[in-house]
Design a protein around this ligand. Structure first.
Ligand code: CTP
Length: 408
């Protein structure tokens, strides 16, 4: 593993020296990039001695007559040559630069040019840590899929006590090793993963529709992870405000019927199907051609059930792995088991909705995976990308177990 360790200008910069060691112990070749401010806290020589590598401190060697083209594009070379970017301490300034794409020094420029996994370990004063601006930047970075190692509570350099102290180097190094292990895995190579995501919209007239609060984040996280692990990804997406992963083939739909048609059209190509979409259960079967006028004192809508895509897939799936989703407000396990059976799925990913910070519109999720083998595995609350990783881990294991059971 080739890692870049970015060191920000905070008092915790001294702990980055120990982190460099911990990363080396986990088999990493560590290249250190320091911001100008970081060099005020620790000398580049410390890191050069620890890593045996030249330490980068600026975009151009200040005052050097050798400021040639190669030094001008060095950040691209370093970005391409490394597998992992760890930043510790990630100061409020660095988080803001990364979140907004500012690139005015080596580290922030490298960050933009880097395409691999990013681990950020922030450290700062408690008031800074809880400031709305910092929270918003963290949210952006988390949503981008970066691993954030939350700071610990304790006595801070400024004399106050609270959250903001850089996590222990051991913890950061573990997270970095895990991010690397995950990033290198290509265990979905050869698979064609068909994913549905987001809500559907069922029109009421030419300008109105019924829909639901699904943001599509779980489905898009699955698509991103599947593509990264080597699968060909077919993403059938309802209307969402998300950027799909570059490698995914995206088929955009609006209604449940359109989603049904797109899924069925691609079924024969798929080896794994994940139905993360929140499909509307009812629709207006005959949509008026013109806008409904506000003439009646009371308006009743007569709705008909939509086609149940998952249930139809359960009938037609053959030996494909079929994974359904269940968003419930109560009786989670019973409902998941009922859907697993009635829709003939191999696994149901069930989550409670209507709780703070998980489920619909949230970045995190907390789910139970209920499998056709009878197994139920609860996954702790984690970012949706992390949950997506675990879903694929379990799906691959489940397929082997189902195969073995069929052979027996
Ligand atoms: N689903 C589907 N087609 C539908 C409705 C749901 O394919 N018309 C899929 C969803 O994509 C999800 C699973 O079914 O994978 C569970 O959806 P949910 O709405 O929770 O289940 P329902 O069958 O609608 O059950 P209930 O309304 O009783 O909760």
């Amino acid at each position: 593993m080739k890692a870049v360790l970015g060191v920000g200008g905070g008092i915790a910069a001294y702990k980055a020296a120990e982190l460099a060691r911990r990363l080396q112990e986990r088999g990493a070749r560590v290249r250190v990039v320091m911001t100008e401010a970081a060099t005020r806290f620790v000398t580049p020589l410390t890191f050069a001695a620890l890593t045996g590598e030249k330490v980068i401190t600026g975009l151009f060697d200040a005052g050097s007559a050798e400021a040639t083209l190669s030094s001008a594009v060095e950040h691209i070379g370093v970005a391409q040559d490394n597998d992992l970017l760890v930043v510790a301490p990630a100061t409020a300034d660095l988080l803001a630069k990364f979140a907004h794409g500012l690139a005015d020094d080596f580290l922030s420029t490298l960050y933009l040019a880097f395409t691999g996994p990013v681990v950020l370990a922030p450290a700062m004063n408690s008031n800074m840590w809880t400031h709305a601006a910092v929270r918003a930047n963290l949210e952006t970075l988390r949503r981008r899929g970066h691993c954030i190692i939350e700071p610990e509570e304790g006595l801070l350099a400024c004399g106050t006590t609270g959250p903001g102290r850089l996590a222990e180097p051991e913890r950061i190094a573990d997270a970095a090793a895990e991010a690397m292990a995950g990033a290198g895995r290509r265990d979905l190579e050869g698979e064609v993963v068909l994913i549905t995501a987001g809500p559907t919209r069922e029109p009421l007239d030419p300008v109105r529709y019924i829909s639901n609060r699904s943001s599509g984040r779980m489905g898009y996280a699955l698509a991103e992870v599947a593509a990264r692990r080597g699968a060909r990804v077919l993403l059938v997406s309802g209307p969402v405000r998300l950027e799909p992963p570059r490698e995914a083939e995206v088929i955009r739909v609006e209604t449940a019927q359109e989603m049904h048609d797109a899924v069925l059209e691609h079924l024969s190509e798929a080896t794994i199907i994940l139905k993360a979409a929140a499909v509307a259960d009812y629709h207006l079967s005959s949509v008026p051609q013109h806008k409904l006028k506000k003439t009646a004192t009371r308006l009743s809508l007569e709705l008909d059930p939509t086609v149940d895509i998952l249930a139809e897939l359960g009938q037609k799936k053959g030996d494909r792995l079929l994974i359904g989703f269940a968003a419930e407000t109560e009786n989670l396990l019973e409902e998941a088991r009922r859907k697993l059976k009635s829709k003939k799925c191999d696994m149901v990913v069930a989550n409670l909705v209507g709780h703070d910070g998980t489920g619909f519109e949230a970045d995190d999720n907390e789910v139970v995976l209920v499998s056709a083998t009878g197994e139920a595995v609860a996954l702790d609350r984690a970012p949706k990308k992390e949950i997506a990783e675990r879903i694929f881990d379990h799906a691959l294991k489940l397929r082997l177990a189902l195969h073995a059971a069929r052979q027996a």
